[in-house]
Design a protein around this ligand. Structure first.
Ligand code: FES
Length: 949
């Protein structure tokens, strides 16, 4: 017996959530692995396997620890408490869990178990901590969604003994209520199943003996550009026990996919050439330990490095030399965007009172969702002998697009692909693109066995899309009254080697480039440049956060030259209802920017006074610290740019002996933390006129829901919200009619459910139906109705003239900062955010979106810079911790959108767009430094400060 054998047989006795357990195996294995894979306690999440994210935080005895850094052998004779151990034996939530639910502290929920356990450790040791202690205790757990504000509020509520459950809204009053998220209980108990939390135990093909699920390991390119040859894979498999197969490009029926079907350019597995560092080359399947044991150098690959073009300038130069990344795009330009309105040249030639110009650079930004991509695929025989299908469970923002692209890759009909979305631990645009799905599908399809793949953090960061780096040049002019007269903008976006969402960025940016202001003459031109750097795609704002940086800086420069206060300058130029945009669209209503600015006036004045007072005292004491304030505005078109944008939702009435009568929502709008699992039921419930608490739903399953489009572009509240509303109204008409009322009275009939009874009341008359008498269809629905909405748009012409969006979100934000001018460090003091959301369907969730977006804006402004091959982890790639996010005051402005459900628009992307420019403005105000690049790292800021001294 070897020493290794002895080690693997070791028994460790540990009390887990109060129960005595024996963990048998290698004592050096991770506690997180034992909890999840051996005890099934998947509430403990894995975000990095390196102790950076804290998602796996558990209590070891009384101490909060990262379970990924604790060896099982360290736990012998000790107690471990996981999130599954917080609720009482009868399932009642603890006060801490209730507080998280009530405060909306869980959005996607992937960090929630770790946050809860960190807070639990604090509260057990210190039952009444102050806010500083709470922030200290949570500092080791990263959250990418919430901005931490509501998490801190929830813990403080427990500390002060003031936990109050969110009241259930009455029938007809769900819209506008601060209702608790319907998915919150699953998130705070660890029951929520993310991509890595479930897998089939065995193959489900009836003709095949049950076989265990195979693991997958993806072999990736270490080069940004290289040719390669694959050796003898059959011999490789034969030589490696436990390896079942190695999938290569030749195994993929159609080895190309994309966001836009006419651009399919990205291979599932590279075929002889790789175009970015991290591109998938081989996918080995087999026993997980056997796959892990293979050294990188052992894979049968022969590489020949090629010249790589990892910047915009390098790629354009290469194209000029006739060396494109793809022959299809000889100039290395994937696409161009253009909006031209008025005569910009003439406007600048007419000697306007003030002109400002600027160049600005941004860097790659990583989504850094805490959940790495994960999922599984299996092949499914169809009852009755139909053609077999493939079922894929994975984290995705867009199940229907996944279905269609997987069908293309496998060369089968879309109806033979079944996408079952897992819960998704953050997306922000990064899970709009395929990741694990095609690799799993191809392997399962070839082998007829279920295959599972969980990305490690470096896999996730190397291989998935990023925010586009931008190289921007712009100039703006105003008249003597401070009124904008011209805006001229050119930008190149580094889109990487494959198309992804490059066309969307190139097209959306010119529309928004001149900001939410009246400008007679606008020229905005963009290019998406193909390079050998990371593939860039969708990331909360589709390029608008980048272009807003330069636009808002130019406005500050013009305001200063005009001698006009920065807020007042913006108010004077703000779009109002009736104005025309640079695309020639007339904004009929719901243009709430001036209301946003008005809401911020008190904070703006107070911030100016506070900064002056602070700086006077600092100067007197020779302190290097200086404070400043900055303001920025934004607008954002809700939904897809021009292209079709439909959503279909179905609502039904059901009855069962166990559940009683209830509504059922077929909800194809994928929940990614933003709240579609709650606000769409809120809207359905009010449209039908029944309580929110009676709504159940299925989400995103392509066999069961209709296509609601992707969860991106801030579109689900507006687009799918309308679809849910129309479905609810149609269902209500059916119910009213079946009760015997006139359909014309549908709006006046009060409906209620009681056991199996549906009751309608109108003007003192009451009618009842026993739902047990209503026949159910194959789904169990007694009545079902469909709602559909596709916002009206008009295609853009060659000059970008048309109606790209049906409505826009508007916002203004103020940042107050304190800068250490010696070290170049920036501390945020406060952020004030005023957002015109049309109507807040659920104010708690809207605030959470804004707070979370602001945290991402802070990261973009001050710290986030992804460098492929160097920052592929969460200790080199920094995102804001709870200590980096200041108090955030949110002002909700409700200027109703007539086309929106109950007037609602969207807020997911608008939340972050104004943050970084406001922070940069505040730094300029504090220091006088000129800033032309983000992130403003301490070294860059220090250099900029020295440059103006
Ligand atoms: Fe914290 Fe999503 S809720 S990472």
């Amino acid at each position: 017996m070897t020493a290794r054998d002895l080690e693997t047989r070791q028994v460790v006795r540990v009390a887990v959530n109060g129960a005595s357990r024996e963990l048998i195996g290698a004592p050096s294995r991770r506690l997180s692995t034992a909890l999840r894979e051996e005890l099934g306690l998947t509430g403990t999440k894995i975000g990095c396997h390196a102790g950076d994210c804290g998602a796996c935080t558990v209590l070891l005895d009384a101490a909060a620890v990262c379970a990924c850094l604790v060896a099982v052998g360290q736990c012998d004779g000790r107690t471990v408490t996981t999130v599954e151990g917080l609720a009482s034996a009868d399932g009642a939530l603890s006060d801490l869990q209730r507080a998280f639910v009530a405060h909306g502290a869980a959005q996607c929920g992937i960090c929630t178990p770790g946050m809860l356990m960190a807070a639990e450790g604090l509260l057990r040791a210190t039952p009444h901590p102050d806010e500083a202690a709470v922030r200290d205790a949570l500092a080791g757990v990263l959250c990418r969604c919430t901005g931490y504000t509501k998490i801190v509020e929830a813990v403080l509520a427990v500390a002060s003994g003031s936990v109050v459950d969110a009241p259930a809204p009455a029938a007809g009053h769900a819209v506008g209520a601060r209702a608790a998220r319907l998915d919150a209980p699953a998130k705070v108990t660890g029951r929520e199943r993310f991509g890595a939390d479930a897998w089939p135990a065995a193959a489900s093909i009836g003709t095949t003996p049950a076989l265990p699920t195979l693991a997958m390991r993806v072999v990736r390119s270490p080069y940004p550009h290289a040719a390669f040859r694959v050796g003898d894979l059959a011999a490789f498999v034969a030589a490696h026990a436990g390896v079942v197969d190695v999938i290569a490009a030749a195994d993929v029926p159609h080895n190309a996919y994309a966001i836009f079907p006419d651009l399919r350019d990205q291979p599932v597995l590279a075929d002889g050439v790789v175009r970015f560092r991290g591109e998938a080359v081989l996918a080995a399947v087999g026993d997980e330990a056997a796959l892990a044991a293979i050294a990188d150098a052992d894979w049968p690959l022969q590489w020949t490095a090629l010249a790589a073009h990892e910047s915009i300038a390098s790629a354009l130069d290469a194209a000029a030399r006739g060396e494109p990344v793809h022959a299809r795009w000889p100039d290395n330009v994937l696409c161009r965007g253009r909006v031209v309105s008025g005569d910009v040249g003439a406007a600048f030639a007419a000697a306007p009172a003030h002109v400002a110009s600027m160049s600005f650079e941004t860097r790659h930004v990583e989504h850094a969702y805490i959940e790495p991509e994960a999922g599984w695929a299996e092949v499914v025989e169809v009852a009755g002998g139909g053609p077999r299908r493939v079922r894929i469970w994975a984290c995705t923002q867009t199940p229907y697009m996944d279905r269609d692209e997987i069908a293309h890759v496998l060369d089968i009909e879309p109806g033979r692909v079944h996408i079952v979305p897992s819960a998704i631990g953050g997306g922000f645009g990064g899970k709009l693109d395929l990741s694990v799905q095609p690799l799993l599908a191809v392997a399962a399809w070839k082998l007829g066995r279920p295959v599972r793949l969980v990305y490690e953090r470096p896999d996730s960061m190397r291989s998935t899309t990023k925010r586009h780096p931008a190289s921007m040049r712009a100039r703006a002019a105003c008249d003597g009254e401070g009124r904008l007269v011209a805006y001229d903008f050119e930008a190149d976006f580094d889109t990487g080697p494959y198309s992804s969402w490059g066309p969307t960025v190139a097209n959306r940016v010119p529309i928004h480039a001149s900001g939410p202001y009246r400008v007679d003459a606008v020229r905005a031109l963009t290019r998406a440049v193909i390079t050998n750097d990371s593939v860039c795609g969708a990331f909360r704002g589709f390029g608008v956060p980048q272009s807003t940086l330069v636009g808002e800086a130019l406005l500050d420069a013009l305001a200063a030259e005009s001698g006009i206060d920065a807020l007042e300058f913006r108010w004077r130029n703000a779009l109002v209802a009736g104005d025309r945009t640079p695309t020639g669209q007339t904004l009929a209503a719901s243009v709430g920017l001036r209301a946003c600015l008005d809401a911020l006036r008190p904070a703006w004045s107070a911030a100016g006074h506070a900064a002056s007072t602070f700086n006077a005292a600092a100067a007197a004491s020779c302190s290097p610290h200086r404070r400043g304030r900055g303001i920025a505005c934004m607008w954002y078109g809700i939904g897809n740019t021009v292209i079709a944008n439909p959503s279909t939702m179905r609502g039904a009435l059901r009855w069962s002996a166990g559940r009683g009568a209830h509504l059922f929502l077929y909800n194809g709008a994928q929940e990614i933390g933003q709240g579609t699992a709650t606000i769409l039921p809120q809207m359905l419930a009010d449209a039908v006129g029944l309580p929110l608490e009676c709504v159940e739903q299925v989400m995103g399953d392509t066999d069961r829901t209709a296509d609601a489009g992707k969860s991106s572009a801030s579109r689900q509240t507006f687009v799918s919200g309308n679809a849910a509303r129309f479905a609810g109204e149609a269902l209500r008409r059916q119910l009213v009619e079946r009760l015997g009322f006139a359909v014309a009275d549908a709006g006046a009939v009060a409906l209620s459910l009681d056991g199996p009874a549906l009751t309608g009341r109108l003007h003192g008359s009451e009618r009842h139906a026993d739902l047990r008498d209503w026949p159910a269809d194959a789904n169990g629905d007694l009545a079902v109705a469909t709602g559909h909405f596709n916002p009206p748009t008009v295609p853009l012409d060659a000059d970008g003239q048309g109606v790209p969006y049906a409505t826009y979100g508007f916002a203004a934000q103020i940042a107050e900062v304190e800068v250490d001018t010696e070290f170049g460090t920036v501390k945020l003091v406060t952020i004030h955010a005023a957002h015109d959301v049309g109507r807040a369907i659920n104010p708690t969730l809207v605030e959470g979106q804004i707070q979370g977006g602001i945290a991402q804006g802070i990261g973009m402004a001050l710290m986030e810079e992804y460098v492929n091959g160097r920052t592929d982890n969460l200790h080199d790639y920094l995102i804001p911790t709870v200590g980096d996010v200041p108090p955030i005051e949110v002002h909700l402005i409700e200027d109703p959108e007539p086309l929106g459900p109950w007037g609602a628009k969207g807020v997911g992307e608008p939340a972050l767009v104004a943050t970084a420019p406001a922070i940069l403005a505040a730094i300029r105000d504090a220091t006088g430094a000129e800033l032309f690049e983000v992130p403003v790292t301490p070294s860059r800021l220090r250099a900029a400060i020295l440059a103006v001294r």
